[in-house]
Design a protein around this ligand. Structure first.
Ligand code: NAD
Ligand code: MG
Length: 364
């Protein structure tokens, strides 16, 4: 069994919190001690995750809170919407739960983002705890305090910055995760190498087979190092005034793929993986990185079983989709490009150069 690791997120105004990473954390009493006192805890989960883990979390929380409720939402990105958010609020108000009530998000990024947003707005803010059960949620979405729901006109367009009290990432919950979801989470782990830590990129290359085989100690290190890097970035730039944007490496083209194919066709991590290959190619075309880097990243992503060939949507459609990206400013599409291994920055890229990259990968 892997030992428990703790990563601290340091933020102003007493909002520091811990990310605990390890095996057996769901069933460990210490995971749930020292949280804000309240008359009630409400677990928010979905139809897939609740049957697997909700009873175990409930029985732990019963030792701490006089009352423990469970709200089960439908599963899927298409349900990250007003209707689901309302179901959480309906429960809280319907049961007359007060402003000290603690919410527990038990699930992947969809449940985490929605529960966090509900916590941010219920009675102007109640405490919440992230219990991420996907690899993607453990290395990315549960950390950093971005919460949101989707709107028919745009993904994550309604939300708030709102930090959790604690994150409990139990590596054992990954045992039940489908392979495809595991690989999608690996994409976000790979992302942290080129943008922040060249040594971590080498480590992932050396340990990829063990990661795919779900070796707990190796997964534990990957989750910890990913959280450390994200914690460091978020601690410097909580509200994305600048630096935090580097976490979006691969996401500009990734979001275009997701939107262009219709959400759900490709998983987010799959789209980001392919987007990273193309963003690496742009970094090379801009003269920032050597050709060898593009091949190296592409080989790693391929080995992880993630897509490296973008869908053929046509250059015009890609450009149109990327202009609505939250990072776009005054017409120019901005990309996170790699400046040297372990360092990234935002760069405006002319349409003609983007079109060259898309054509080179058969997407134009
Ligand atoms: P998800 O929440 O949809 O989970 C993927 C699938 O796995 C779902 O069907 C889920 O029910 C299932 N699942 C979850 N845990 C499981 C387990 N332990 N065993 C078996 N099945 C399990 O998707 P995700 O990839 O976790 O998260 C994607 C979401 O996260 C997107 O909505 C994205 O916008 C958001 N996100 C947010 C941030 C942020 O900073 N807030 C960052 C990245 C992504
Ligand atoms: Mg992402």
């Amino acid at each position: 069994m892997a030992a428990t690791d703790t990563v601290r997120i340091l933020l102003p105004d007493n909002r520091n919190y811990e990310i605990r990473i390890g095996s057996g954390l769901l069933d460990a009493a210490s995971s749930w001690q020292g949280l804000p006192k309240a008359g009630a805890a409400v677990i928010v989960s979905n139809e897939t995750v609740a049957p697997l883990y909700a009873e175990r979390l409930k029985s732990q929380l019963r030792a701490v809170y006089p009352r423990v409720d469970l709200v089960v939402l439908p599963d899927g990105e298409q349900h990250k919407d007003w209707a689901s958010l309302n179901r959480i609020c309906d429960h809280l108000l319907g049961e007359a739960l007060d402003r000290r009530t603690v919410l527990f998000a038990l699930g992947g990024g969809v449940i985490g983002d929605m529960t966090g947003f509900a916590a941010a707005i219920y009675m102007r803010g109640v405490p919440f705890v992230q219990v991420p059960t996907t690899l993607l949620a453990q290395v990315d979405s549960s950390v950093g305090g971005k919460t949101a729901i989707n709107h028919p006109l745009g993904k994550n367009m309604l939300g708030a910055f709102y930090q959790p009290e604690r994150v409990i990432a139990d590596l054992d919950s990954l045992d039940s995760l489908p392979d495809r979801e595991l690989r999608a989470g690996l994409a976000e782990i790979i992302k942290y190498g080129p943008i922040a830590d060249a040594g971590f990129l080498c480590w992932i290359e050396d340990n990829l087979d063990a990661l795919l085989a779900r070796d707990k100690a190796v997964l534990g290190y990957a989750v910890r190092r990913s959280c450390e890097i994200k914690a460091d970035v978020v601690g410097q730039d909580e509200r994305e005034q600048g630096l935090r944007a580097i976490l979006n490496f691969g996401h500009t083209i990734g979001h275009a793929i997701e939107a262009g194919l219709g959400y759900g066709a490709w998983l987010h991590g799959e789209a980001v993986a392919c987007g990273m290959v193309l963003a690496a190619d742009l970094s090379q075309r801009k003269g920032l990185m050597p050709t060898a880097f593009v091949g190296r990243l592409r080989a790693l992503i391929e080995r992880a079983g993630l897509p490296v060939r973008p869908p053929k949507l046509g250059a015009e459609r890609y450009l149109q989709l990327m202009r609505v990206d939250k990072k776009a400013e005054a017409g120019a599409i901005r990309f996170v490009l790699i400046e040297e291994l372990g360092r990234a920055g935002l760069h405006a890229v002319p349409d003609a150069l983007i079109a060259e990259t898309l054509a080179a990968y058969g997407a134009a």
